[in-house]
Design a protein around this ligand. Structure first.
Ligand code: MIC
Ligand code: SF4
Length: 641
C-alpha cells in the first residue's frame, strides 16, 4: 500500500493496535521534552510512577516559561527540575538557554523520530520531519518511563504548496492563511502533512513556524518531509549524521488535500482574540499600534531576528510604540550579537528581553488599557497578555517591524526592498547551557521547595454522579480561560491547592468559591472545549475543586486526555440541542455511569427541570478503565500491583 509520511513514521513506531484511522494505537516515543511550567507536575508524576531512569533515547527538561523571579517559587521549581533531571537521566537546558521548541529544533530534533512534549507547541519539531505531539505532563511522564503514547490515529490532510513566497511574505503568513481557511477547530482529529513543489523553497525555521502554529488549528501535529533543506539546517547545526531523507510514497493517499499557491499569498494578520480571525494586513492598515513584541517559539529564529534587524537598521521606533524583542535561544542571541545585528535593533530603540517565553505567556509586557499590541506569537486569546480586556494581533516579524516603525498597522510590502537573509552555513554551536546527566543518578538528592506540593489523588469513579451545574460556557473555551497563566498565577504551577483558587476566574471570579461550597459539580461547554495549551492544571485544579464531569459539544484533543488522566468524566451531547436543556445552577444527576461508559452512552437527568439529556463518550476501552480507577496514576499503580 502506498503510504503517506505520517503513516510511515507511525508504523515505524507502532507498539499496540492497528494503524487505521480512528483506531487507538500505542506508539514508541524516542524523545520527550518538558518545560518548567508543566515540568514540575510531570516530574512529580514520574517520581510517583517509581522508575529509576528515563527509558527514552533522549529526554530534555527546559526552563523557559517561569523566568520572572519575583519570589522563591519559580527559582525553587528550577532547582527541583535540575536535581530531578540529574537524578533520572534527563538533559537539562538551563534558564537563559532558550525556548524549548527553538532549542529542541536546533540541537535535538531528528527526522523520522517521535517526540512528545508537555507543551502544545511541541509540533514545532515537525518542521524537521518528526512526529512531535503535545501532551499532558502525565502522558509525558509515562513516555519518559518507556511507556507507549496512546492516540486515536488521526486523519491525514495534505497541504500542497506550490509557487514561491513573494518578498515580505513569510512562513507565518502560510499558517495564518491555514487558520483563516480551517479555523481553530479545523484541525481537530487531523495531522497536517505538507508537500508539493513549494516545500523545497522553505527553510527549516520557516517550516517550524508553520508546524508550531499548527497547534492553533487543533491538529494533532503537522509534518514536513526531510529533504535537502533539512540536511542544510542539520549541517549548519553540526548534526548532519542525524539527517535522513523522508518523503511520502509517490501516489500516497490522503483523506483531504488543500492547495496553497505561495506566490499568491499576502501578509496576513490575526485579529483579537482568536488566532483564526485572520484578514490581509492591507485590509486593516492604518490602525494605531502601541506595542510590538517579536519573539516566542513561533518567530524568534536567527532568520526572523536578522530580518527584523535589517528592517529597523538606521531608523527609530515610532514614539507611540514600545517594542520588545526576545531571541528564541542562546544560539540565536549569540549569533545576532556576534554579527552586530543586535546592535541595529538596540539602536532603533527595541527593548531586549531574555531568551524565554516572556510576554507570550503574560510574564511581563502587559499592554496599556485599550492599546493595540502586535505580536509575532501564536495565541491572542482574551486576557493572555495580562491586560483584560486586550487587543492582541498576531503577525509575521516583517509586519511587526513595519508597525514598529510607522506606529500603525502597515503592509510591510510598502517598506521598499526586502532584506535578503540566508540560512547561515554554520550556526554557533555551544551547548554549555545544557547539563548532561550523570551515568548513574541514584545518589542525586532531589531538592524541593515549600511551594512544591504532592499531586492530589482521586478515588475510583462512583456509579452515580450528582451535583450542581456550576458553570455553563460557550464554544472555543481555551485552557487559558480554565486555568489562566501570567506572572501572578504561573508561580503556583507546583501547588495545586493554591492554583485551584484561580480556576475560571477570568470567566467568573466566583467560580472557585462556589465550586468548593457546593462540594464540586459539573461544567457544561460548547464546541472545541479546552483548546490551546497542554497544561494539565486545567484538569487537575478543577478535579481538586471537585468537578466530576465536563459535558460539552466537542473537546480539544490534549485537554480531553488530561481530563481522563485525572479522572474527570468527559461527556459529549449526543445531539448538540441537549446543550439548551441545561442551565447554570440546575441540579444534574447521572446514574448507571459505569455501565454507561462501557457502552459509550449515558443518560443525564436535569433534576431541576425534569428533562433527560442523551450523552455519549469518545473514550477508548483503555480510557474507560483509567477513568474508573480514578485517573492514570491510580490505574498505573493498580496494573503494577
Ligand atoms: C502556552 O503557550 O499556552 C504554554 C504556556 O506554553 C502551554 C503550556 C503551559 O501552560 O505551561 C502550552 O502551550 O501547552
Ligand atoms: Fe512559550 Fe509562548 Fe511558545 Fe507557549 S507559545 S511555549 S508560552 S513561547
Amino acid at each position: 500500500m502506498k503510504q503517506n509520511l505520517v503513516q510511515k513514521i507511525l508504523e515505524d513506531h507502532l507498539i499496540d493496535g492497528k494503524c487505521e484511522t480512528g483506531e487507538e494505537i500505542g506508539i514508541r516515543i524516542d524523545q520527550t521534552l518538558t518545560q518548567d511550567a508543566t515540568g514540575t507536575m510531570a516530574f512529580l508524576q514520574f517520581e510517583a510512577i517509581g522508575i529509576d531512569r528515563v527509558r527514552t533515547k533522549r529526554s530534555v527538561s527546559y526552563i523557559d516559561h517561569n523566568m520572572l523571579q519575583t519570589s522563591f517559587e519559580n527559582p525553587d521549581d528550577h532547582r527541583y527540575l535540575q536535581s530531578a533531571a540529574a537524578r533520572f537521566g534527563v538533559y537539562f537546558s538551563r534558564p537563559g538557554n532558550g525556548i524549548c521548541h527553538q532549542v529542541h529544533l536546533e540541537r535535538f530534533a531528528v527526522p523520522g523520530a517521535t517526540l512528545t512534549g508537555s507543551d502544545s507547541h511541541t509540533p514545532t519539531a515537525g518542521g524537521m520531519g518528526m512526529i512531535a505531539m503535545g501532551a499532558g505532563g502525565l502522558d509525558v511522564a509515562v513516555a519518559m518511563g518507556g511507556g507507549a503514547y496512546y492516540l486515536k490515529v488521526p486523519k491525514v490532510m495534505r497541504v500542497n504548496l506550490t509557487g514561491q513566497l513573494q518578498p515580505w511574505v513569510a512562513g507565518k503568513d502560510i499558517i495564518l492563511e491555514m487558520l483563516r481557511r480551517l479555523t481553530v477547530k479545523g484541525g481537530v482529529g487531523w495531522i497536517v502533512e505538507y508537500g508539493g513543489s513549494g516545500v523545497g523553497t522553505l527553510t527549516v525555521p520557516e517550516r517550524a513556524t508553520i508546524t508550531n502554529m499548527g497547534a492553533e488549528l487543533g491538529a494533532t501535529t503537522s509534518l514536513f518531509p526531510s529533504d535537502e533543506q533539512t540536511r542544510r539546517f542539520l549541517i549548519a547545526q553540526d548534526r548532519e549524521s542525524d539527517w535522513r531523507e523522508l518523503k511520502p510514497d509517490g501516489d500516497a493517499e490522503y483523506e483531504e488535500t488543500i492547495e496553497i499557491d505561495l506566490s499568491e499569498l499576502e501578509p496576513m494578520i490575526a485579529q483579537p482574540s482568536m488566532p483564526d480571525r485572520v484578514v490581509k494586513v492591507s485590509e486593516i492598515e492604518g490602525l494605531p499600534v502601541h506595542q510590538v513584541c517579536v519573539g516566542s517559539c513561533t518567530n524568534s529564529s536567527y532568520m526572523d531576528l536578522t530580518r527584523v534587524a535589517a528592517i529597523l537598521k538606521g531608523k527609530t521606533i515610532h514614539p507611540r510604540v514600545s517594542m520588545t524583542l526576545g531571541p528564541g535561544s542562546k544560539q540565536v542571541f549569540q549569533m545576532i550579537s556576534q554579527e552586530g545585528t543586535l546592535s541595529d535593533i538596540i539602536a532603533a530603540g527595541a527593548r531586549i528581553i531574555e531568551s524565554g517565553c516572556g510576554p507570550c505567556i503574560g510574564m511581563g509586557q502587559a499592554p496599556p488599557t485599550g492599546a493595540v499590541t502586535l505580536r509575532t506569537f501564536n495565541r491572542n486569546f482574551a486576557g493572555r497578555t495580562g491586560t483584560s480586556p486586550d487587543r492582541s494581533y498576531l503577525c509575521s516579524p516583517e509586519t511587526a517591524a513595519a508597525a514598529a516603525l510607522t506606529g500603525e498597522i502597515t503592509d510591510p510590502r510598502k517598506l521598499g526592498e526586502y532584506p535578503s537573509v540566508k540560512l547561515p552555513e554554520k550556526f554557533i554551536i555551544n551547548d554549555n547551557m545544557i547539563v548532561v546527566p550523570p551515568e548513574d543518578g541514584r545518589d542525586v538528592e532531589i531538592i524541593r521547595g515549600p511551594n512544591i506540593k504532592p499531586v492530589p489523588a482521586k478515588d475510583p469513579l462512583p456509579d452515580v454522579l450528582e451535583g450542581e451545574l456550576l458553570l455553563k460556557v460557550e464554544d472555543d473555551i481555551t485552557t487559558d480561560h480554565i486555568m489562566p497563566a501570567g506572572a501572578k498565577i504561573l508561580p503556583l504551577r507546583s501547588n495545586i491547592p493554591a492554583i485551584s483558587e484561580h480556576v475560571f476566574v477570568r470567566v467568573d471570579e466566583t467560580f472557585p468559591t462556589r465550586a468548593k461550597a457546593a462540594g464540586g459539580g459539573f461544567i457544561v461547554g460548547g464546541l472545541n472545549y479546552g483548546q490551546g495549551s497542554s497544561r494539565e492544571h486545567a484538569a487537575l485544579a478543577p478535579m481538586y475543586l471537585g468537578i466530576k464531569a465536563v459535558i460539552v459539544k466537542s473537546f480539544a484533543r490534549i485537554h480531553f486526555s488530561n481530563l481522563v488522566n485525572f479522572g474527570i468524566v468527559p461527556l459529549e451531547f449526543a445531539d448538540t440541542a441537549g446543550y439548551n436543556k441545561l442551565n447554570q445552577g440546575d441540579n444534574l444527576k447521572i446514574t448507571n455511569l459505569l455501565k454507561g461508559l462501557d457502552e459509550g452512552k449515558v443518560i443525564l437527568t436535569n433534576e431541576t427541570t425534569g428533562s433527560k439529556v442523551d450523552l455519549v463518550t469518545a473514550l477508548s476501552a483503555r480510557q474507560v478503565e483509567i477513568i474508573k480507577a480514578g485517573g492514570m496514576l491510580a490505574y498505573t499503580k493498580g496494573k503494577n500491583q
